[in-house]
Design a protein around this ligand. Structure first.
Ligand code: NAD
Length: 255
């Protein structure tokens, strides 16, 4: 479904990362990919994972570092001659903001969480757009969570960041639609990753989904990958600005 397409994937830290589930699915559908890693600490893991997918390359990119973001898109343009798919699977909030009551959130923690987890999508979309135009359009995919809309204990400022992220999806979809660039979010059920482990009470969230969601089970990164293939492919050519749930149906439940 993605034969001849190129993709840039942000957010692999290890084999449990949702971005890795997405990368495997996109590559399985025929896309040629580049992966970024945030810092040297994870470089080796990401290189080892990427090496299992033929034709991929990796490069460093912290989204708070404008020069690195510029270099990333320059390199991708050189290697691929344009870009079809951008995956944004990045979030961060300072630890104390996920431990203390939400009302205690500091300005610094608020700013950092929103900068890394929401503004980065706007920045990366702006950089990706000219490369996607070269290919006649493209698909931008980000990752969100129901905590944008409802209160989950200790999700705190990350919920606010996800609300901002989902709004960014709609504004970006409106801006970039005339250039045939689609922007969508996947709202995932709880998946045990590095980022998830920083949310206290995460095991209880997983358990609750297993107990009450329509499908009575948790979500797997590979299932997010399959939704991403749909959103990256021509099958979703008339879909933009949406938040697509892949959460065992949990979001429809009242109690
Ligand atoms: P993860 O820890 O594997 O991935 C988070 C990634 O964000 C890491 O690769 C990390 O390096 C990257 N990152 C953080 N700050 C960065 C920065 N300044 N520059 C570049 N990269 C940076 O965890 P994950 O669960 O795979 O998270 C991926 C996305 O999925 C996040 O947006 C998360 O909120 C979202 N999500 C996760 C779940 C879940 O239950 N795991 C559910 C819904 C949505």
């Amino acid at each position: 479904m993605l034969e001849g397409k190129t993709g840039l994937v942000f957010g692999v830290a290890n084999r449990r990362s949702i971005a890795w589930g997405i990368g495997q699915a996109l590559a399985g559908a025929g896309a040629r990919l580049a992966f970024t890693y945030q810092e040297d600490r994870v470089k080796e893991f990401v290189n080892d994972l990427a090496a299992t997918l033929p034709g991929t390359f990796t490069l460093p990119c912290d989204v708070l570092n404008d020069a690195q973001v510029d270099e990333t898109f320059e390199r991708v343009d050189r290697e691929f001659g344009g870009l079809d798919i951008l995956v944004h699977s990045i979030a961060f909030a300072p630890r104390e903001a996920l431990e203390n009551p939400f009302v205690e959130t500091t300005r610094d923690a608020f700013r950092t969480a929103l900068d890394v987890s929401a503004y980065s999508l706007v920045h990366l979309a702006r950089k990706a757009a000219p490369l996607m135009e070269k290919r006649g359009g493209g698909s931008i995919i980000t990752m969100t969570y129901l905590g944008s809309d409802r209160v989950f204990p200790k999700y705190n400022v990350m919920g606010v960041a996800k609300a901002a992220l989902e709004s960014c999806v709609r504004y970006l979809a409106s801006d970039l639609g005339p250039r045939n660039i689609r922007v969508n979010a996947i709202s995932a059920g709880p998946i045990r990753t590095l980022a998830a482990r920083s949310i206290q009470g995460f095991p209880r969230m997983e358990e609750h989904v297993r107990e009450v969601s329509p499908l009575r089970r948790n979500t797997e990164a590979a299932e997010i990958g399959d939704v991403a293939v749909f959103l990256a492919s021509n099958l979703s050519r008339n879909v933009t600005g949406v938040v697509l749930f892949c959460d065992s149906g949990y979001h429809v439940m009242g109690m």
